[in-house]
Design a protein around this ligand. Structure first.
Ligand code: LLP
Length: 416
């Protein structure tokens, strides 16, 4: 059930009018639904039933501390890729013992901080990283729990930029050579290999690649057992897709059910790292039409949100549904390219959209809760948008709009 529904002809987030939010806080404006975030996390959590598990929300998806806090209150774990994300989790009241640390190049200072607060596990991506973690842990006289991220070489059948499980991606280590690296980890004095990790890509809309990857991970687990290395958890990454337009991803319960069927081991702890499937459809980006610019070849609607606010369409040619907040009853529909004010031809949020528009109209870019604000930039010295969380009838400003001082204040003139 989407939290974004029309009530008396205008779009609401839960019980709050988006038009009202735009009036109060301005546009562009990210708006998230607390109940949707909670319901999606809970759907993952409940799908595991009695299986030992931990649902680690992928912080990179939407890292606002209010979002993290809402999930932390439900008992969520977190998948992080930097110390910055770790500091967010801590600030949001997340439990460090439920944090897994992914990413191809963790800095020594990041490893130190993670050991200091006692995270659950490091997901190691290379031999060199194993050495670095061993070294830092030794300096701190601690033992670091690790998984090795293996690359199971399955085709996630998603956009090449967000597919990560194929041999020619930079991620993980070849699953065939993993036993060697596990042996080295087991021989390290300050590292304890406790799990196997894999993440094959993002926005997957089929179950099969996940199950294929798990099959290979299970074979590895058996090989390791023969080597005397006991595995206590399997981290199967994130990647479940959402509906942006007409995609039909599996239901969360079917996806988890298929994994548990394949696993067929009620004692093995399973960690997953979903991001998009929790936050994607919990958010919209509100924007206002500045000008209509019909030309002989194309109709452009210039809106006040741009690629710096939401880069997915420009970067991946991804489709995000765009709807009128208060659809007009008068006038005619036309085909519009929705373009931003940034000086780039690639600055569009949607192309050839059938809409009935006038300057001043408000639009909602849907499915913007994931990889929206977190990928925003200040390109063209544009302040980043404000963020709102709606909770029933309540509205919370969870990040104020940036000011020009925020943007320029870190810079200094050279002397002379
Ligand atoms: N775990 C790891 C190790 C990851 O690299 C990612 C995403 C996730 C979990 C969460 O994946 P999800 O459940 O959200 O699919 N910016 C792109 C997506 C990049 C995904 C990067 N890794 C986009 O906007 O489509």
């Amino acid at each position: 059930m989407t939290p974004f529904t029309y009530q008396n002809g205008t779009l609401f987030a839960e019980n709050v009018s988006l038009a009202q939010l735009a009036e109060n806080y301005g546009t562009p404006l990210y708006v998230y639904s607390r109940s949707e975030l909670e319901n999606r996390w809970k759907a993952f959590d409940q799908a595991f039933g009695k299986q030992p598990h931990l649902v680690c929300y992928a912080v990179k998806t939407n890292s606002n501390i209010a979002v993290l806090n809402v999930l932390a209150k439900l008992g969520a774990g977190f998948d992080i890729v930097s110390q910055g994300e770790l500091e967010r989790v801590l600030r949001a009241g997340g439990d460090p013992k439920k944090v897994v640390f992914s990413g191809v190049a963790k800095q020594p200072a990041e490893i130190r901080r993670a050991l200091e607060v006692g995270i659950r596990c490091f997901n190691i991506e290379s031999h060199a990283e194993l050495d670095r973690i061993q070294q830092v842990a030794e300096e701190m006289d601690q033992v670091a729990a690790v998984s090795i991220r293996v690359n199971p070489d399955v085709d996630a059948k998603t956009h090449p930029y967000i597919s990560t499980g194929l041999k020619d991606n930079k991620f993980g280590v070849d699953i065939n050579t993993a036993p060697e690296l596990y042996q080295q980890a087991a021989n390290c004095s300050h590292v304890n290999p406790v799990g196997i990790d894999c993440h094959i890509g993002s926005q997957l809309t089929e179950i099969t690649p996940f199950v294929d990857a798990l099959e290979r991970v299970l074979a590895l687990k058996n090989t390791l057992q023969e080597q005397g290395i006991e595995i206590h958890h399997l981290d199967l990454g994130g990647g479940l897709g959402i509906t942006y337009t007409d995609e039909t991803p599996p239901a969360i319960s079917d996806y988890i059910g298929a994994l548990l069927d394949k696993l067929n081991d009620p004692d093995m702890e399973v960690i997953i790292e979903p991001g998009r499937a929790i936050a994607g459809n919990a958010g919209v980006l509100l924007t206002q039409v500045e000008f209509l610019k019909p030309t002989e070849h194309k109709n452009f609607a210039i809106i006040d949100a741009a690629m710096n606010d939401l880069i997915r369409p420009a970067l991946y040619q991804s489709y995000q549904d765009i709807v009128a907040v208060t659809p007009r009853e008068d006038g005619l529909q036309a085909q519009w390219d929705l373009v931003g004010p940034v000086c780039e031809t690639g600055d569009f949020l949607g192309k050839d959209r059938s809409l009935n528009l006038q300057a001043g109209d408000l639009l909602a870019v849907k499915s913007a809760g994931a990889y929206g604000f977190t990928m925003a930039s200040n390109y063209n010295t544009r302040p980043r948008a404000a963020e709102i969380m709606v909770d029933g009838e309540q509205t919370h400003l969870i990040r104020r709009r940036e000011t020009y001082d925020d943007l320029i204040g870190l810079e200094t003139l050279i002397e002379e």
